[in-house]
Structures are given as C-alpha cells and as structure tokens.
Design a protein around this ligand. Structure first.
Ligand code: ADP
Ligand code: ADP
Ligand code: ZN
Length: 214
C-alpha cells in the first residue's frame, strides 16, 4: 500500500494519516513533521528549513527530495507507506516517481482531500499540536480531554508559528500556485481519487478506507 495524501494546509491529512498508518501497519511519512523534528533538535537542515516554514514558504525541492530519498530507503518503508505533505511541487512529484522506480515500486493511489477555503481557515487558526508527538488537535472541532495537554502522550500543546493569520494566507496561496497543479498531474496518470474532506473525522476516515481498498 503506497499512498499519497494530497490537499491544502489544514485539510486533515495528518489527522487521518496518523490513525490509518497505525491501522495498516505502515509508516506515516510527513515531511512537515520531519522538518519540525529536525528544527527541534537544532540540526543545520532543520534550522535552515525553519526560516522558510515560519514564513509559510516551501522549503527548496532538493532539500525535501534528499530527506525523502533517505526516508524511503529505510527498511520499514519497503512494504508500503502513507506520504503526507509531499509532493508539493511538480518537480517533487517527478522526483518521487523516480525514487520509487529505483526501488522497483510505484504509487497505488493519491487521495485528494477536498475542503473549502473557509473551513481551512477555521481549522488552521484553531489548530494546536503536541510538541512531543505532533498529534493535531483543534480548540473547537477536536479538543484534547485536558486543555493544553496531549491525550496520546501527555505532551504540551502549542500553536505552530505558521498557523498565524499571515503565514496561513501565504500558505494557501503557495498551495494554489505550486501544489494544486498536482491534481491534474495525478489525474492524467490515473492515480487521483477525491475524498470529501468536510464532516466528521470518522466518516472521512471510512471514505478513505474504501478509496484505498483497505
Ligand atoms: P500543513 O499540514 O499545515 O499543510 P506541513 O506540516 O505539511 O503543513 O508543512 C509545514 C511546512 O513545512 C510547509 O509550509 C513548508 O514550509 C514545509 N514543507 C513541508 N513539506 C514540504 C514539501 N514537500 N516541500 C516543501 N516544503 C515543505
Ligand atoms: P493537515 O495535515 O492537512 O494540515 P490536520 O490533520 O493537521 O491537517 O488538521 C488541521 C486541523 O483541523 C487540526 O486542528 C485538526 O484537529 C482539525 N481537523 C482535522 N480533521 C477535521 C475534520 N474532519 N473536521 C474538523 N476539524 C478537523
Ligand atoms: Zn503527544
């Protein structure tokens, strides 16, 4: 099972990927999580990436592709994966196809999360994330049992720098210009499946299971 979850910031990709990856026993490969972890450990790559991320800009393709090349080469990715937040440009999509080809693999399906802009804004501005395990919560739509504390691991919840109003506007614009062309790209290759991304988290999850054939 080799899946890509595609959609704008706040579409619910991480929320769904985290649970389904556990259910299916495959790794959840989220480039944003990987970059934030790298930044938290203070690595050079992480600190450099952070300059782009905090502004809402994309990290350069070669950095991201290098990260994914290493990640996909690890043994746990051999039997399948859910990629979340990658690819975000046509160049990244071409690189992903080549990386998989080098391992004698290809994608099974790209699941696009269809969510309206008003809903994205409501989700992003109310999102809170666990500093330790990166599980996402929402102040209103998906609150933790105890305010400010992660249900899963007890970690501290915080608001991402790039979930502020200004970076959010930039990120939605970057998505429209650089990432949304991937819809046609994957449609033309017969890989695109669309899931309605609004409504209850459980109902959406069931729709993804059906689409993925899992
Ligand atoms: P969201 O889940 O809100 O869409 P992510 O956690 O996926 O956000 O990404 C956060 C930031 O990390 C992006 O705005 C960008 O700066 C950087 N990033 C993540 N994935 C990529 C990628 N594939 N290409 C370039 N930059 C990326
Ligand atoms: P993405 O990874 O696509 O950026 P997230 O999974 O982080 O998106 O979700 C963005 C925000 O929306 C989070 O605060 C999350 O709790 C919330 N959320 C996720 N799915 C739904 C849903 N179906 N309805 C309402 N809020 C949701
Ligand atoms: Zn946690």
């Amino acid at each position: 099972m080799r899946l890509v979850f595609l959609g704008p910031p706040g579409a619910g990709k991480g929320t769904q990927a985290r649970e389904l990856a556990r259910e299916w026993g495959v790794p959840h490969l989220a480039t944003g999580d990987m970059l934030r972890e790298a930044a938290a450990t203070g690595s050079r790559l992480g600190l450099e990436a952070r300059r782009y991320m905090d502004q809402g800009a994309l990290v350069p393709d070669d950095v991201i592709v290098g990260l994914m090349r290493e990640r996909l080469a690890r043994p746990d990715a051999a039997r399948g994966f859910i990629v979340d937040g990658f690819p975000r440009t046509i160049a990244q999509a071409e690189a992903l196809a080549q990386l998989l080809k080098d391992h004698g693999q290809q994608l099974d399906v790209v699941i696009y999360f269809d969510v309206s802009e008003g809903e994205l804004l409501r989700r992003l501005t109310g999102r809170r994330v666990c500093r330790a395990c990166q599980t996402a919560y929402h102040l209103v739509f998906a609150p933790p049992t105890r305010p400010g504390v992660c249900d899963k691991c007890g970690g501290e919840l915080y608001q991402r720098e790039d979930d502020g109003e200004k970076p959010v506007r930039i990120r939605l614009d970057v998505y429209a210009r650089q990432t949304s062309p991937l819809l046609d790209y994957y449609r033309q290759r017969g890989l695109l499946a669309t899931v309605a991304g609004e409504g209850s988290i459980d109902v959406i999850r069931q729709a993804i299971r059906q689409t993925a054939g899992g």
